[in-house]
Design a protein around this ligand. Sequence first.
Ligand code: NIG
Ligand code: FE
Length: 421
Amino acid sequence: MKDCLILFNARIVTPTGTISRKGKEMSQLTVIENGEVEIQNGIITYVGEKRHKYQGSGLYDGIQHQNLHGRCLLPGFVDSHTHLVFGGLRAEEFSWRLKGESYMSIMNRGGGIASTVDATRKTSLKDLRESTGGLLKKMFSMGVTTVEGKSGYGLDFDTEVKQLQVMKSLNEMDTKRVDIVPTFLGAHAVPLEYKGRNKDYIDFLINVMLPYVKSHDLAENCDVFCEKGVFSIKDSRRLLKAAQEQGFNVKIHADEIVSLGGAELAGELHALSADHLLHASNAGIKAMAENGVVATLLPLTAFALKEHYARGREMIDAGCAVALATDLNPGSCFSGSIPLTIALACIYMGLSIEEVITALTLNGAAAVNRADSIGTIEVSKKGDCVVLNSDDYNILPYYVGMNCVLAVVKNGNYYSEKRNK
Ligand code: NIG
Ligand code: FE
């Protein structure tokens, strides 16, 4: 049969369901020994025990069979928070931070996000497409089959649209291996042109940008950098409410540098997710747990900024659904390392390996409103999976910063390490 793939002799390890898993549920995984998965036309059509006596890998009766020799098969990873479309790099800033300067102080004297805005405005769509495509390839090799990507390095009409078009065009490629879920982050910083006029800039986003982005189908979600000295709770509430009225799902960069009440606002608005949360208050954690907000934690950013980690363990114990993502961006965290994300979450946030698997799959999918179609290995979900190089999923944090992904299945196509090269 054309467009059919059978994976067999797999140790299938997956959360289940079509909504995020909260609290204790995060550690409940289904494990099927000697399992088989059938994917037809990109959609999973069978998951269970082995049905036939298949032998080696190859093509039998016109169907591609892949013998996984007992290795772990997980759902494809969902990196639900990245800023992967940008011009230029900011290595010099990193060296200033090593000498003791803070992220916010660099931002306040015109560096930081503003410097990437400048570079992104000057970079052509074609060049942005090429550099973003390069990053996607690296992410795919680490098991990422869906990524969220934000605009926010334009802060003017043309460049915000250019960033979103880069994602749209990569998404429409026949040969694509990673699906991109686009998020509009026009409220990433106040651009120089609007210095001191936050209200006018938010008006521009609400009245000009959001309607255009919506009518051209350029983004599904709207995000804001809700932070002291950037966008206040009041600014953020006004923008996100307007975005919801215009049909967007909302997400918030919340309580990253100081405890401002972003997690509480996410609860109030029933946001898809609140992200970062290094300084989330107890009330904020409660608000997220009670209102179905996915708490998206980004340990690579805390690591790169030499900050303490978000209270992941406490959030799960309080009943939150936690997701893990990389935050890949040219400033606070120039890393898309899934292996290091996993190790940091286990070592410094106290998550169990089972919780990490749920956080990177089903809960990541929920954070981008895709839990009905990806994030688990179940019938009628997309045929997106990851093959580990071991029959033991404990290998995930043990491989500190090293890749233990042997092959990635995207839409029912099998890409082994060799073919990734
Ligand atoms: O998620 N905090 C705001 N935005 C990004 C950093 C962006 C940048 O430094 O360029 C973040 O960390
Ligand atoms: Fe971010």
